[in-house]
Design a protein around this ligand. Structure first.
Ligand SMILES: C[S@@+](CC[C@H](N)C(=O)[O-])C[C@H]1O[C@@H](n2cnc3c(N)ncnc32)[C@H](O)[C@@H]1O
Length: 236
């Protein structure tokens, strides 16, 4: 156990914490707006309706990067609430700034490893949707173990989803796209909404990493599965 935390250290993480440069404006946005938009990590289940102050569908986003797509989706879907998680400080500052500038109140931000949040903070059946857009592809074979979309993590995520809820993944790395499809196809409680890869839905704008991938000549693959009613006792 790590003396400063109550969770054991995991050696294989899906990110490397870089000392990215935090601009003065990003730091100011955190100082000014964290109390309004931020949710601190704690190893206990939270009531998301209480956190957002209303009963509305909740969507988890893992790895929002600089937060521009998150902000745009929250603007396009005002009837949903978004719990957006990333570990990258400058992105957290940028998202605080964007939300304040646009006066959006349906996004809360966490700066923590989303794997811990899923394991320790989210109640079963609390999510209507999960967005994971352009997760780090970890190109080298010896790094594939760091990829977020692997069966053991998806097995932890799925109980958090309500029946009828969805998981939406996107990537610009074809071989990872194929892995994503294989992993999700391996869960009998999930149904693919498309025959293989899905069309990009209207709510998802181009993300920063997507634009970068396209400049490099990469394709883009969206994957959207729905959680079936899998419980013989009756599903809502
Ligand atoms: C390649 S970037 C994509 C960012 C954004 N979705 C986009 O498309 O522009 C992946 C992001 O996921 C974040 N990330 C990776 N693993 C994470 C984890 N376990 N918890 C939270 N964030 C994570 C990284 O910090 C990074 O910002």
């Amino acid at each position: 156990m790590n003396a400063s935390s109550d969770t054991p250290p995991r050696s294989i993480r899906s990110f490397v914490l870089r000392q990215g440069h935090m601009t003065a404006a990003q730091q100011r946005a955190i100082d000014e707006y964290w109390a309004r938009f931020g949710v601190d990590y704690r190893a206990e289940i939270i009531d998301l309706n209480a956190v957002f102050g209303r009963n509305a569908p909740k969507v988890l986003e893992i790895g929002f990067g600089m937060g521009a797509a998150t902000t745009e989706i929250a603007r396009r879907l005002p009837e949903s609430d978004f719990l957006a998680i990333d570990v990258h400080g400058p992105g957290v500052g940028n998202l605080c700034k964007l939300l304040a500038e646009q006066g959006l109140e349906n996004v809360k931000i966490m700066r923590h490893d989303a794997v811990d949040v899923v394991e320790n903070m989210l109640a079963d059946g609390s999510l209507h949707g999960i967005h994971i857009f352009f997760p780090d592809p970890w190109h080298k074979k010896r790094h594939h173990k760091r990829r977020l979309i692997q069966a053991p993590f998806v097995a932890k995520l799925l109980p958090k989803l309500q029946s009828g809820g969805y998981i939406h993944l996107a990537t610009d790395w074809e071989e990872y796209a194929v892995q994503m499809l294989e992993v999700l196809n391996g869960f009998p409680e999930l149904a693919n909404t498309a025959d293989g890869f899905a069309a990009t839905p209207a709510y998802r704008p181009e993300t920063k990493f997507e634009a970068r991938g396209k400049r490099l000549g990469h394709g883009v693959w969206d994957i959207i599965f729905i959680k079936k009613c899998f419980n013989a006792q009756g599903c809502t």
